[in-house]
Design a protein around this ligand. Sequence first.
Ligand code: 8IG
Length: 275
Amino acid sequence: MHDANPLDDPTADPFAIAAEAAARIAELTGVERHDVALTLGSGWGAAAELIGETTHTIAASEVPGFSKPALEGHVGTLRSVLLPSGKRALVIGARTHYYEGHGVRRVVHSVRSAAATGATTMILTNGAGGIKPHWKPGTPVLISDHINLTGDSPLEGATFIDLTDLYSARLRDLARTIDPSLDEGVYCQFRGPHYETPAEVQMAKVIGGHIVGMSTALEAIAARQAGMEVLGMSLITNLAAGIQLTPLSHEEVLEAGRNAEPVISRLLAQIVAAL
Ligand code: 8IG
């Protein structure tokens, strides 16, 4: 399928395309400004129904720079949701993964577009593997920090951005006022799309990782560059390879996500209501 994307032109300015995307979102929704944006990863989709009233649903393909969804279970829509507080949430169900090979500009475009709509809070969620053996499939955890193992960055040129408090301690504390039992850990973004070998999981553990996944870190960096406050949450859908003794299957991951979805979606809705 032909899928021309303006971000694929190396001379294009990704921030100008994000501004165009935001203008298109405003035009299609009639909502001038969004306050918070959420990227809903595997297992988190039901949160969109719970956080408020969806007033507009847009196909991502209608918005400049967005890609078609690569995977079943990844929904290619953007929604504008009216929160009970009167604030506006932009719900991004159209994540482009690094492993799709379209480059990091396309990976972070939704985050940059969300920032351009006015959002100052970015909530990034994902399904991931757990390294701590007591995290059973279906456990939601807060991301406290990350290790970016992609070898790539959304920043171009000599753009130096401080990441000391990338995953906002304030927002993690706020999440724990909703659920004091929430654990936290360091997220390692691998390139994927293969899962890790047991040796790679051991490496991640030795270097300080607790969660393994294929998203989020590059997006969080772009969110910080855009001046947003970031909350990251992982749904542990499986124990990482070698921690769990049976092979990992995508079907199993989807099933763990489906089972946990009502619980974690309610949790996320409560967090959003408390923002
Ligand atoms: I869901 O075990 C999910 N996504 N890298 N490893 C990596 N990504 C994942 C995993 C996992 N589970």
